[in-house]
Design a protein around this ligand. Structure first.
Ligand SMILES: Cc1cc2nc3c(=O)[nH]c(=O)nc-3n(C[C@H](O)[C@H](O)[C@H](O)COP(=O)(O)O)c2cc1C
Length: 381
């Protein structure tokens, strides 16, 4: 990479330039009119800060504790399938960069890297389940996660049905396997994106799903896995079933209301993540930073509350933490960084977040994360 990443927007621009259009659109994602994708980002802009002149010259300390473990800042790389399509370095690069930054890494069951390889490089690995293969497949996946040394299990509850994708971005599903048909389909994009094409043709972008139980003696492709996840949408009974199998920290991801958060807490989960799947699920679902206060009010005294969706700078992390989030998960920012600069790009992105969080805390005169609350914000409604 030529020069270091300057911002999430910079990584986004580079990713747009370097990735073939269909791959770029796939990562942009969104459903129907993409209202929720936009709302996630715009809602952060409606929240302002109340600056406070420094009372000390000591530097802010962004460390915090999440689900029983201290982390270097309130940030986690979210589980995302398909990311090797952006760069063959994929999940392993993200997990290593997160470990260097002292933060957990989330890994999707639809990742293209075996979970054992991830836990070997990041001791704080959070593994995310869809119920592929029903309860039997899920029990096997949980046992494998336990053996691999996964620390936190996430169950995503908001994407087991689809409404058909976005009106404007008919993103081609990335090819599962490299073969003549997929090469021909992508050939126009290969001419214009030779670097991506080279990785693709070498098989480095092949999207298999090694963490999903196989079919007919071979591992599923991610495309097959994402079709299979829709066969068993998780219910509350399934959450109770998973709770019974996993005694480590359990997170339910994809909650945007106080009612659902209370039900999750009643089942004994340790945290909920306020999430609308980055706008890839129900279009019209509320922006997550707007939904966060309702969830915190409902369960914040019983379990930890995380959030993800639309976080694009350190200041956004500070806003979410000030509204009661323990930590936030980021998705597209690190995927764009991966596309723009591989593992080094992800290192740079996480450093930018760290700098943004500390810089914002300094201008609010908050020296530790525990000092952040709504008094740091100006809420315009
Ligand atoms: C390309 C892509 C793949 C994703 N795959 C998964 C997945 O496999 N499991 C999951 O729980 N969430 C998945 N998500 C959703 C993210 O975990 C997260 O909720 C979302 O990206 C956060 O919004 P942000 O991208 O605005 O930061 C994916 C998101 C993207 C962009």
């Amino acid at each position: 990479m030529s020069r270091p990443l300057e911002s999430v927007a910079h990584a986004h621009r580079l990713a747009k330039r370097r990735l073939p259009g269909s791959v770029y659109s796939f990562i942009e994602g969104g459903n129907e009119a993409r209202i929720t994708v936009r709302a996630n980002v715009e809602a952060f802009e409606e929240i302002g800060f109340r600056p406070r002149v420094s009372s000390t010259q000591s530097a802010p300390d962004p460390r915090t504790t999440v689900l029983g473990r201290e982390i270097a800042m309130p940030l986690i790389t979210t589980p995302a399938g398909f990311i090797r399509i952006a760069n063959p370095a994929g999940e392993l690069a993200v997990a290593r960069a997160a470990a260097r930054a002292g933060i957990p890494t989330g890994v999707s069951i639809l990742a293209s890297t075996a979970i054992e390889e991830i836990t070997a490089v990041n001791p704080d690995t959070w593994f995310q389940l869809y119920m592929i293969g029903g309860r039997e497949g899920t029990a096997a996946a949980i046992e494998r996660a336990r053996q691999a040394g996964v620390r936190v299990l996430i169950v995503t509850v908001d994407l087991a049905a689809g409404t058909g994708g976005s009106d404007t971005r008919k993103a081609a599903m990335p090819p599962g396997r490299v073969n003549l048909a997929s090469a021909v389909r992508h050939s126009p994009e290969m001419v214009t994106h030779p670097r991506w094409a080279l990785s693709f043709l070498r098989g480095g972008l092949e999207l298999t799903a090694p963490n999903v139980p196989g079919v007919d003696g071979r591992s599923m492709t991610i495309a097959e896995g994402s079709a299979a996840l829709r066969e068993h949408p998780p219910t509350w009974d399934d959450i109770a079933f998973i709770r019974g199998l996993w005694d480590g920290p359990l997170v339910v991801k994809g909650i945007v209301t106080g009612d659902d958060a209370r039900r999750a807490a009643d089942l004994g989960v340790d945290a909920v993540s306020v999430s609308n799947h980055g706008g890839n699920g129900l279009d019209g679902a509320p922006a997550t930073i707007r939904a966060l206060p309702e969830v915190v009010a409902a369960v914040g005294d019983r379990i930890e509350v995380l959030m993800d969706g639309g976080v694009r700078r350190g200041g956004d992390v500070v806003k979410a933490v000030s509204l009661g989030a323990r930590a936030v998960l980021i998705g597209r920012p690190y995927i764009w960084a991966l596309a723009a600069g591989g593992e080094q790009g992800v290192d740079e992105m996480l450093a930018l977040f760290r700098k943004g969080i500390s810089g914002t805390m300094a201008l609010l005169d908050r020296r530790s994360v525990s000092e952040l609350d709504a008094s740091a914000l100006i809420l315009r409604r």
